[in-house]
Write a protein that binds this ligand. Sequence first.
Ligand code: CA
Length: 533
Amino acid sequence: MLKLRQLFSTKQTPQSEKIPGSTQVKNSAGGYSWQVDDWTRLDRFLILGSDQGSYYASPRKLTVENAEAVMRCVTADGLRTVQRIVDISKSGRAPKNDPALFALAIAAAADDDATRKAALDALPQVARTGTHLFHFMDYVEGFRGWGRGLRRAIGGWYNHKTPDKLAYQAIKYQQRDGWSHRDALRLAHPKALLNEQAFIYKWITQGVAEFPAELLNDKGVRLIWAFEQAKQATSAKEIIRLVEDYRLPWEAIPTQWLKDPKVWNALLPSLPVTATIRNLGRLTNLGVLAPLSRNSQLVAARLTNADALRKARVHPLQVLSALTTYQSGHGVRGRLSWTPVTKVVDALDTAFYQSFGNVNPINKRLVLALDVSGSMSWPTIAGVPGITPRVGSAAMSLITAATERDVQFMAFAGKFVPLNISAKQRLDDVVKTVSSLSFGRTDCALPMVWARENRVEADAFVIYTDSETWYGGIHPTQALQQYRQALGIDAKLVVCGMVANGFSIADPTDGGMLDVVGFDTAAPNVMSNFIRN
Ligand code: CA
């Protein structure tokens, strides 16, 4: 009898085999996991993207898989799909907006009239900048023709902007991906509702020789005028005056003037928070940011203003990337170098936590387990330099560490790896610790096996993984059942998916298991609500 039990059991199955009677499918690593449903897949795609591929799949393969999942969502419930795209894009939950624009382009080509209309109506909410609009135009061409509905939606994007917003977009985001405002306007031919708009359209599509005096009363037209003046400026002094008088954005300043610290001194007081984050290295290199300087104080205050971060939709992954780059003292492409200002590094560290918004404490005993196996080391999340899934996991788990009292960290890769990190450490230090761990095979059952063997009392396990588990004599869900029985605790499992693939170790039939998406800014609170109830 014993022999038979060793040969077949529903309580303990090697990960290389399917749990008998379950709906598990073979994952890319050759083990068995569950397939997530298309709505979870949609969320993973919107937040994590696919243009970098994964350890197992090329960018093309992963994108095709995700696009097909989006299409199935559109077919199943087009309006729900559009709403989801809008919600995730508008709330700033994703590090990049491109997956949302791509999914919206798919929905804009749906067979169903109501879905197509909803997608086109949502365009200004998802495409909030000129660059977004150009990306959308680039994507949508791959799915449909330039019919009337689409042209009207593009025209509406321009027509519904006040002249000053329109002018700002026109000078700040001039062109991208082979698309420019001129192309968009020539294609859509919106009929201007105001004289000022008509003038700006004309300036964009044909250029204008002069600015009529009566239109120069308008803020938008004046901004365009100032932009033209900046192009002809012959001294930094002229540029500074234009910046101070007309609030020209830095993108509108001819590049030769952006080497002058005095120009940046003028730009800095009204530089938006996202632009500030992007230019920290340059500003330090030019000496605009220096130790103990007033500008450093100003920048630190800006970076730690929770309200401003939220309004600008600054994503924690952006902050993390800015922190690791700034701290390294040289640009990703290497030409520019600087000596990091400590106050700025500290401000970025604070900004990382603030960009997650208010996180409700769970107040339970938690095991936070990071999958540090080989497949978590490549490629970067959402294409953000330096941030691999394993590094991203460590950073994200610090949010929990910062809000909870009882957290045990562990890392696993074929075996248990001691992991001593804490919320008191600065992020870049944690990134360094996790980056230096050695790789190994993936066994996502290890956290539960380890906790059972060591009688560690936990109310929940939170596992950061790609769910490509294959090594080990027991499936994670079975290890959790054993743990629950052995310790008499009805422990929960939250799977934080760090790659936009279709797999999960969470058993969809077990109400005590949940899938969330890594680097979703809403994930900490979703986790918290699930574990508390
Ligand atoms: Ca792996």
